[in-house]
Write a protein that binds this ligand. Structure first.
Ligand SMILES: C[S@@+](CC[C@H](N)C(=O)[O-])C[C@H]1O[C@@H](n2cnc3c(N)ncnc32)[C@H](O)[C@@H]1O
Length: 275
């Protein structure tokens, strides 16, 4: 992510007076055409972030570089993306740290991959599996567009996570796929003792199957299960109230930590909260 005045090659997010977003990449001599007239890229190049530019029809547009959540919500999708509210939980409760080796499946549209790559940093590594070649293409395009190039700390394998070589161990594993319980045999062998598994599933039946499959493996701490509900608020003057609309359901989250080999999972009476 760049900072400082806008330069050629920068991605810019324009916001119109109705709050609608438009995204463009700056090129000298080019124009961006809105329904309120054109905006010359040269007006933006050299201007500080947070500037307001006028279109040919005198409509003001606020110009900022998109944040990662802006980018993820606007990018083209093959598969459904993990929403920013859940990506934030995955990074925190999955304890994705700078230098971590993370395995994820499936890469889907590459939304979570963008967050994981940033969290592990240049000293870490993310290995993504994606079984569908068309989804993998979306993931590659979205990740490369966000970082401006193929990140050096990433590799994407087009294939089934079940075929992963467990000798390539991982500190953290994130599973966002239809049937995560099917890959648990390889996950069990790949995650280092103390490592964290994060599961992300859309339905209660998937959640139940995954949780019971983990208990059956008997090599994990008691699975922690929760969901996040974010309710945006309208706050203008004295009119302070919840927005009329919200994203009501995305998916359920689950974490568990790998025990040392040969250890029996201890019974846990009281579950810690995810607050
Ligand atoms: C909901 S999408 C993942 C979205 C992604 N996390 C994101 O934020 O953009 C689920 C993906 O898992 C892939 N998938 C399903 N089973 C898989 C497997 N066994 N190995 C690798 N990928 C798999 C699917 O093809 C699909 O693209």
């Amino acid at each position: 992510m760049r900072s400082g005045p806008f330069r050629p090659g920068d991605r810019v997010q324009l916001t119109d007076p109705k709050g609608r977003h438009f995204s463009l990449v700056l090129e000298r001599g080019q124009s961006y055409h809105t329904h309120r007239g054109a905006i010359d890229h040269d007006k933006l190049i050299g201007a500080p972030e947070g500037s307001v530019v006028l279109s040919a029809a005198n409509t003001p547009y606020l110009a900022l570089r998109p944040l990662l959540p802006d980018y993820v919500l606007a990018m083209p999708r093959g598969a459904q993306v993990i929403y920013p509210k859940d990506a934030a939980q995955i990074l925190m409760w999955g304890d994705v740290f700078p230098g971590a080796r993370v395995l994820e499946a499936g890469a889907g549209s590459g939304a979570l991959t963008c967050s994981l790559l940033r969290a592990v940093g240049p000293a870490g590594h993310v290995r993504s599996y994606e079984i569908r070649a068309d989804h993998a293409e979306h993931a590659v395009a979205n990740v490369e567009r966000f970082y401006g190039e193929r990140p050096g700390n990433w590799d994407l394998r087009v294939g089934d996570l079940a075929d992963h070589d467990p000798d390539e161990t991982a500190d953290r594993i994130v599973l966002d796929m239809l049937a995560p319980w099917e890959v648990l045999p390889v996950v069990r062998e790949t995650v280092v003792p103390g490592g964290v598994l994060v599961g992300y599933v859309a339905t209660t039946t998937q959640l139940s199957t995954l949780t019971e499959a983990l208990r059956e493996q008997a090599c994990w701490t008691e699975p922690q299960v929760w969901e996040t509900i974010v309710r945006p608020w309208h706050a203008v003057g004295l009119a302070v109230r919840p927005e009329h609309r919200m994203i009501a359901h995305t998916a359920f989250l689950l974490t568990a930590r790998r025990l040392a080999d040969g250890v029996t999972p201890p019974r846990v009476q009281r579950r810690p909260s995810r607050g």
